[in-house]
Design a protein around this ligand. Sequence first.
Ligand code: ATP
Ligand code: MG
Length: 930
Amino acid sequence: MRFSSLECYGIPKTVVKIWETRYGADLLPLQERAIRDYGVMEGKNLVAMGATSSGKTLIGEMAALQRSCRQEKTIFLVPLKALAEEKFRVLRETYGQYGIRTVISHRERREYDGNICRGNFDIAVLVYEKLQGLIIQNPELLREVRLIIVDELQMLGDEERGADLEMLLTQIIRESRQLESKSKPALQLIGLSAVLGNADEIANWLQAGLLLHPQRPVELRRGILCGTLFQYHETNSGKIGHEFFVTKNDTPESADSSIISESPRYPGMDPYHRDKIIETSLYLAEKQNESCLIFLPTKILCRQWAEELAERSSLPPAGETLVQLEQLEESAARNILMTTLKRGIAYHNGDLPYDLRHAIESGFRKGEIQILLSTSTLGQGLNLAARNTILIPEIYRYSHRTGGFLSQSIPLYMLENQGGRAGRLGYAEDFGRMILVAETEHEQTMLWTRYIAPPMESRQGKVQGLPFEPVCSPLKEQNWDSHLLRLITGGACANSKDLEETMTLSLSGWKLNPREILEGKTLKIRIRETLDKLIASGMLIPQPDGTYKPSPEGSITASFGVQPETVQWIQKWISGMDGQKYHPAEILLLLAFTPDAIANRIPVREPEIRTNMLRFRFLKYAEDWQLDIHRLILPLLDQTPLHPKEKAVALKKTLVLLDWISEIETADLETRNNLFIGTVRSLAEDLAWLVQTFAGCATLHEWNKETIQSLDTLTRCLRHGVVEKGLGLAALPIPGWSRNHVHSFLRTGCSTPAELRELPLEIMAQRIPSPLTIRLKEYLDRKPVSANAPIPFPVTTAKDRIVLTGRPIKRRTLSIINGKELEIPNAPYLVFLKLGRMLLQEKDNFPKGGWVNRDELDPSDHWRAISRLRTILHPHLLDPDDPVLENDGCGYYRLRIQPKQMTIDEKEHDQHWNHQFHPAVNPNTQKRSA
Ligand SMILES: Nc1ncnc2c1ncn2[C@@H]1O[C@H](COP(=O)(O)OP(=O)(O)OP(=O)(O)O)[C@@H](O)[C@H]1O
Ligand SMILES: [Mg+2]
């Protein structure tokens, strides 16, 4: 079928042209069947279960474009932020010029929420939970939409999020039925998935046609690597075949047809087969020039393996990505990536902030990054340029029972979705590979039987889908408090009859009538009990006419999408508080104990739990701020009935966030708390949400306006990671602008964009990298700065006087700062010495010279030594707000003093026991080009 034939469905010629330019003349077979056989352009519901990369997204896009030409709106639901951003970017790039208004919303992107609630869009890309929140704010929203596309429909079975998705779909079904009963056209639903076990049941539930299409446009070899032999089954052809991968450590003789070249030394000692996977991916990337995406079960493994791969790799550096990263906020994660990217390697997980993840994804798409290690963050839906995926058949799941993570075998549906990132149409032509690694013959047989062996039918020549696990909704087992409360608050249901009707439409309640048994109770009894509970906890108020209304607390619970217990906890404490201004430490500690905050899990080390050190650190903080610990802090710590580990986690979260809203630099914050910035941001986002919930409750208690405003300020500080004074600058919409930059400008006395505008260019350039200076200047002046205009080098210098004596004192070395002796540990001292030597070496080039590349400062661990030096010097400077250590944001550092203010006793250094300090060791360091 040709795109041009879609004109008969009301698709304008221009749109057809757009598709032809992007895809060529023809639709893919799956897309053709959806239109020809399943009436997707005639408003029919559809569940499309097509193999990975079979082109499911375009089915939704075509229907959405048809709708928009009739002035009808579409909502595109996806499970992940990364996926929402990818869809948003593609839709904007493809149809923006034609005039289609695409908007996006998830927890970190709220700028279009107003437009969505006003119906000011054609296609809205939303993360599932976001739609639920918007419906409660604006119950009319569903009535304004004609088409809903649900991507990754298998998420219905997700333990954490499946029940919410099921309830959302139930509301959509109900809305659609109501429209039909009024003889209006129903809402159209299109569900997309590659991996639904019980697709027929789901399609029946949604009253949708079921389109099964197991063929991929690009062949996928799914197989097991054991020794040198990769034995595979081809998805499309059904062929079983093999290849040999002869890696560095394999002898050529081992490349024969035997399955295992050598019996393993210690079977089971390395359950993830790290060495083999590292070797294989290097072989594929270096020898075969093929990209590899490796999925690992934990964040730590991603980082560690990436570092190890980088040490062993001889791949070329990922040049453009490195340049991009130079301009992003300095953080521990960024610095690790800067090292691995020099060898063509990267990792991607929840520890990375969004802009870093985005840079890594695009570097992998460009082919610059040849080996990428990821947790499940890249595991579904995304179009990546992987020729190979290498998988570990294991996942870690949080267990509420044990309070820890347990490892389980990966379900087939998840494995297939991850494996399906290889061999994507548009990135690969002949085939992709999904590789599992086995060490022994026994393991190979097990993996083959469980994950690879084709189903019986396909052995007889017919290609069939894989036997994925059926999607089982967790709704049945969960308590229904939040779900029923949301239905009532959003106006979808008013009484028990409405609730029964609605819950009967859910997948769990479907096919049941209210008298049948559901998990040991009839639907009716379950609803009755939940309503009683909500009434007893003050969330619902029964009305004389038999209907229910949410109490103010109930409304807050439903509209903020938090658990009823969270609001109850806040209410319990707030009623004893006097409504006066509270310190962020008190508010954050109180909120860190709510069930919603507890659900956001961060790692805490064993000694932090055992030694009570977090409690001491917190009480010290309270003392420094002269807080009255008896009014809230001690009662919270002593009266909360939680396990010591959970208390430690709550304390750690509070301390991390107090650092986050202070001027402490991001890299130092990460080191000090042993957490990466991506984790901190996500925590801050969650707590900001809870502070807003708290403000909602405080309003109910008629707290004064000023106090409520201070809560709003705290929310904004948490979102941006800045001190209150920095809020004026924090929201500047400039790529690469970070909290460190905001704080650095605050120290110059600028706290508003207007004050920043007055700042001379050279002072700006002294604080932030050159490209960012240009972007900032252009934004502030609303006119372009010529890209060629050289940014003047700063001429202002600090007044401090420094002597590096080279005299060892045990494991430290003596320096004299402004006349005072200071013993500095050797790693930061070496950084200091290198910078001092460069300053003197280039004294004739002052004030342009003195820069040293960070790799030369401390190749193994530069950011830590630099950061330590900065911290050590800070209290001893004449003006602590005028730092002597300067970073140009492009990887170079120098001392911001005049050469005559620096003295180095080279004779003493030559005698130093640490030979690294000898002058001959670093004679000429790399200069920065002007
Ligand atoms: N008609 C077409 N002709 C050529 N390429 C196409 C066509 N339709 C889609 N594609 C391309 O195919 C690739 C895969 O499409 P898509 O992302 O929709 O896969 P999918 O079926 O959703 O896979 P997954 O289940 O992995 O999410 C994309 O790069 C897309 O641009
Ligand atoms: Mg998809």
